[in-house]
Unconditional design. Structure first.
Length: 344
C-alpha cells in the first residue's frame, strides 16, 4: 500500500505474541455514513454502504472512488466483494456486478423470480430481505446470500439464478443479526429477544440458545464452528463468547470503558456494534459506539489494542482472510484501512 496517508498512524504492543502493530494506511472520505463495509481478499478493493445511498466501490491502494453501485438503498443491508465481483443488497433487492458492469439484479420479495415490477400474489413483501444494517450475509465465494426476511424467516438465495434454496423458520421475534460461514454450510442468527440460533444449513436444523435478559446487535461464528462471538448486552457484558454446541457462556470480554464517562454507569449496553473473529479464532475485533476498534484475546478476554479509528460510532468492520488488513466504516462519514502485524 502507498499514498500520502500511508503509515500515518501506528500502534505497537510489546511481547512476542499477539498484535505487534496496527498501522493506519489510508482514510477515505465517504459522502454518507458507512454502516457496512467489505474488503477483497487482497485488500485492493473495498465496498461501503449505509442508509438510503448506493454502495460505493473503492480502490484502496489509491483511495479512488471507482463507481457507485445501484440505487434504492443498495448496500445498506449486505455487501461482499472478491475483487472480481460485487454483491450489494438493500431495499429487498440483491444486485451483482462485475468490476466493470452490471451482471444481474433480482427482487427477494418475488419468490417465483418474476419481473421485479410484477405485482399481485407473485410479489410477496413478506418473503423479502430486510433493509436493516447487516441483515444480509454472503458466503466467501459469492454464490449464496442469507437474509433476514420480513416474516421473521431466514432465506438463502443462490445468486447464480436468484432462486430461494432454503427457508429457515423459528424465531418468535424479529431477528436482528445474521452471520453466514464462508462455506455457506453454517450460520448464526439472533433475535431482538436475545435468542441465538446456530444453523446447520445442509440439514436445515438449528440449536437454540435463549438469553431472555440479553439483546444482540452482532454475531460471528468461529472458523472451527465451536464458538459464537456476540455483541450487545448480556448481564453487564457488551462482548461475550458462547459454546456453539451447548450454548454455555464461555467468557465475557474486558470492558475498557470508564464507567464515570457513561450517562448511566450501570447500563453499559449499546457499546459494541460489529464483531469479527480472526481466522484462527484467537482474537475478537469489535467496532464500538465511541468510534474505537478494539482487539481482544479470546482466551483471556483482555483488550490488547485500541484503535482510535473514528470520531463517531464504528459500525462497519471487515477483515481480509489472512487477517492482515482491516477496513472500518463509521457514521462520521469516513472509511479507514488498517494494516495489522501479528507476532504469532
Amino acid at each position: 500500500m502507498d499514498g500520502q496517508q500511508s503509515a500515518s498512524r501506528a500502534a505497537r504492543a510489546p511481547g512476542p505474541d499477539g498484535l505487534c502493530e496496527a498501522t493506519l494506511l489510508r482514510t477515505l472520505p465517504e459522502v454518507l455514513p458507512a454502516s457496512l463495509v467489505a474488503i477483497s481478499p487482497d485488500a485492493r478493493f473495498g465496498l461501503s454502504g449505509g442508509g438510503s445511498g448506493p454502495a460505493r466501490l473503492w480502490d484502496l491502494t489509491t483511495g479512488t472512488l471507482l463507481r457507485e453501485l445501484g440505487v434504492d438503498g443498495a448496500g445498506c443491508s449486505g455487501l461482499w466483494t472478491d475483487g472480481r465481483k460485487v454483491v450489494a443488497s438493500g431495499d429487498g433487492k440483491i444486485v451483482q456486478a462485475t468490476m466493470k458492469g452490471w451482471v444481474s439484479r433480482f427482487d427477494t420479495r418475488n419468490p417465483q423470480n418474476l419481473h421485479p415490477l410484477s405485482r399481485g400474489p407473485h410479489h410477496d413483501r413478506s418473503t423479502g430481505a430486510s433493509s436493516d444494517r447487516g441483515s444480509v450475509a454472503v458466503g466467501a465465494d459469492g454464490r449464496f446470500a442469507l437474509g433476514i426476511c420480513m416474516d421473521r424467516a431466514l432465506r438463502m438465495w443462490d445468486l447464480t439464478d436468484g432462486a430461494c434454496v432454503r427457508t429457515l423458520r423459528g424465531h418468535a421475534v424479529w431477528p436482528n443479526a445474521v452471520w453466514l460461514a464462508p462455506d455457506a454450510r453454517r450460520a448464526v442468527s439472533a433475535g431482538a429477544d436475545g435468542e441465538i440460533r446456530v444453523w446447520d444449513l445442509d440439514g436445515g436444523t438449528c440449536a437454540v440458545f435463549p438469553h431472555p435478559d440479553s439483546w444482540v446487535d452482532s454475531v460471528c461464528l468461529s472458523a472451527d464452528g465451536r464458538r459464537v462471538l456476540v455483541g450487545g448486552d448480556h448481564r453487564g457484558h457488551t462482548l461475550w463468547l458462547i459454546d456453539a454446541v451447548t450454548g454455555e457462556f464461555v467468557r465475557g470480554f474486558e470492558d475498557v470503558r470508564d464507567p464515570a464517562s457513561l450517562e448511566d454507569p450501570e447500563d453499559r449496553s449499546g457499546e459494541v456494534l460489529a464483531v469479527r473473529l480472526t481466522s484462527d479464532g484467537r482474537f475478537a475485533v469489535s467496532g464500538e459506539d465511541d468510534g474505537r476498534i478494539r482487539i481482544r484475546e479470546t482466551s483471556t478476554g483482555r483488550c490488547v489494542r485500541t484503535l482510535d479509528a473514528h470520531t463517531e460510532d464504528a459500525r462497519g468492520i471487515a477483515l481480509t482472510p489472512d487477517d492482515r488488513f482491516l477496513l472500518s466504516g463509521s457514521s462520521d462519514g469516513t472509511l479507514r484501512l488498517w494494516q495489522l502485524g501479528w507476532g504469532l
